[in-house]
Design a protein around this ligand. Structure first.
Ligand code: ZN
Length: 169
């Protein structure tokens, strides 16, 4: 399952690949269960009322609901990594709410998904993604991808159907 693509610099340990599936890894306090994402790099619980120093990796839910999103239509200025002589491709950024953890996790939307199909409330799933460094080297990141219309029948499921080619009766 692991294809050997290294994690993007600065995100080592933020996700796992392999037989158990791709997942983001929070750190979880072994005493009170408080979660942190990105995982904490210093000992200690994020809850100031908890004195535990022990944290363990905790795989987060891989689906959530789209809480908000934005459309990046202009190339960020340097040091945004991008191989020279490549054209900038617009992309969307999603904020996805994980119900079980009561957390909102940001991430780039999969590059083949146009922002026009995104609807607040729709179901999103985590998927491996790649970035190209300034040197043209592939780096592993996570992406969010639409996985279904919202459970409360958000009025515009037509955009999602157009994206998937499905029709809901
Ligand atoms: Zn704690």
């Amino acid at each position: 399952m692991t294809d050997g693509i290294p994690a993007a610099p600065g995100t080592e340990g933020w996700f796992r690949e392999g037989p158990d599936g791709f997942a983001l890894l929070a750190s979880r306090c072994t005493a009170c269960g408080a979660l942190s994402f990105p995982p904490r790099t210093v000992p200690g619980c994020p809850d100031p009322g908890c004195e535990s120093l022990d944290q363990s990796p905790y795989p987060l839910s891989t689906t959530g609901t789209l809480w908000s999103y934005t459309d990046a239509r202009y190339a960020p200025p340097p040091p945004y990594p991008r191989p020279p002589d490549t054209e900038f491709s617009p992309y969307a950024l999603a904020a996805v709410e994980l119900a079980a953890e009561r957390m909102i996790v940001l991430g780039q939307v999969a590059p083949d998904v146009p922002a026009e199909v995104l609807q607040v409330g729709m179901i999103m799933e985590l998927t491996p993604g790649t970035l190209l460094s300034s040197a043209g080297v592939e780096e592993r990141v996570w992406n969010w991808r639409p996985a279904g219309p919202s459970e409360d029948s958000y009025p515009d499921v037509a955009a999602y159907d157009a994206y998937t080619g499905e029709a809901h009766a």
